[in-house]
Design a protein around this ligand. Structure first.
Ligand SMILES: [Zn+2]
Ligand SMILES: [Zn+2]
Length: 131
């Protein structure tokens, strides 16, 4: 029975340098080995982070349609970006036919004022003719 137990003990090796561990030692033969091993692990995790980032970028390139949605919305917003002729403010139109940034600006617009003036002129003319 004894040699079997010894062989089991032999299987426990320092994770850093590969030395046989003494009784009571779990992973490392000494403190410095555990420190260097953990430092290695830290470096390793940094490279895996980069690998993950690279794979994400690769995925984005391979499946651009999955990221198109947000780009489309941006493009639409860009297309509908207009400058209000009344106040000169840049705004995003809800409809492509929208010209002014707000109903206030529609009322203040020269076009609208012109329409009202022409209506008033027409009324005056009618008044003169009828009178
Ligand atoms: Zn060691
Ligand atoms: Zn405006």
């Amino acid at each position: 029975m004894e040699p079997k137990i010894e062989s089991l003990h032999k299987q426990k090796l320092c994770l850093n340098c590969g030395k046989q561990l003494k009784k009571g030692q779990y992973k490392f033969c000494c403190c410095s080995c555990s420190v260097t091993y953990n430092n290695k692990n830290r470096k390793h995790s940094a490279t895996t982070k980069e690998k993950i980032r690279n794979s994400v970028l690769k995925y984005q390139k391979a499946h651009p349609e999955r990221y198109k949605k947000s780009i489309k919305i941006e493009q639409l917003n860009h297309d509908r970006r207009k400058i209000c002729p009344t106040c000169g403010k840049e705004f995003i139109a809800k409809k492509l036919s929208t010209i002014y940034c707000s109903p206030k600006c529609v009322h203040n617009s020269l076009e609208y004022r012109e329409k009202i003036r022409q209506k008033q002129l027409a009324r005056v003319k009618q008044g003169i003719h009828s009178g």
